[in-house]
Design a protein around this ligand. Structure first.
Ligand code: PRT
Ligand code: MG
Length: 223
């Protein structure tokens, strides 16, 4: 039995069609239930539902053989013990710096001002500003980063942007794009070696589904 770790929300919603294209259906009644372990039409594959930031941890320790995680989550996690064989191209967004309308970020950077920046993405933010030679005091938050500059907690934020409507609603402007983000298939390195007969066809089928090739469908695995 292969265990695939997914987070509920956009990653789950965008992974199910790829699984379907790979020949692995998930019963909608089961997909919409509150269960955390979900069977699929394939008796050799089950899904587990975990927090987005916990997916790499489950796969790293082998509690799941395979998973789907955002590049943002993988960069913060570090990726130890994980293969990243396929960019699934889903849950697309970008990691950006945003600041209040009227805050002249570019000239603050030019002047060499010390900036306070609120973010959930400490590693990525630290590397980005270090590469630019900008001195920053990073403030770690776990959510609602957009609020921080509005109440004086920080000058700017580093957060994910998709449509930009959250920034607009809070009078923030995207002042710098750090990197594009998509979700990747991740595989436990030990599983990939010891269970390659089960995992390789699944990885190949999902890779073909991403490429829009339809075949080879995942023929299933014996238990
Ligand atoms: O939400 P929860 O706290 O449960 O966990 P999570 O935020 O880690 O999970 P989830 O499902 O929201 O995000 C999972 C993955 O989706 C992330 O790791 C990203 O790789 C990817 N993704 C794609 C996004 C977005 N787009 C996105 N827009 N993750 C978050 N957002 C948030 C963003 O943080 C901001 O608050 O949406 C808001 C901006 O959206 P726009 O459309 O207003 O620009
Ligand atoms: Mg979220």
């Amino acid at each position: 039995m292969i265990t695939l770790a997914l987070s509920k929300g956009r990653i789950f919603d965008e992974t199910l069609p790829l699984l379907a294209a790979a020949g692995i259906a998930v019963d909608p009644a089961i997909a919409n239930s509150r269960k955390l372990i979900l069977p699929t039409a394939d008796p050799g594959l089950r899904l587990i539902i975990v927090r987005a930031t916990d997916v790499p941890t489950y796969v790293q320790y082998g509690a799941a053989d395979i998973g789907v995680a955002g590049r943002d989550v993988l960069l913060e996690h570090g990726g130890e013990g994980l293969y990243q064989p396929v960019d699934l191209g889903i849950a697309r967004c970008r990691l950006s710096v945003a600041a209040p309308e009227g805050f002249d970020y570019a000239s603050a950077v030019r002047r060499g001002s010390r900036l306070s920046v609120a973010t959930k993405y400490l590693q990525c933010a630290r590397e980005h500003f270090a590469a630019k030679g900008v001195h920053v005091d990073l403030v770690k938050l776990y959510g609602s980063m957009e609020l921080a500059p509005l109440v004086g907690l920080a000058d700017a934020i580093v957060d994910l942007v998709s449509t930009g409507s959250t920034l607009r609603a809070n009078h923030l402007v995207e002042v710098e794009q750090i990197m594009p983000i998509t979700s990747r298939l991740i595989v436990n390195q030990a599983s990939m070696k010891t269970r390659s007969d089960e995992l390789e066809p699944l990885v190949a089928a999902l890779s073909a589904a991403v490429a829009g090739e339809g075949a080879p469908a995942f023929a299933g695995v014996s238990e």
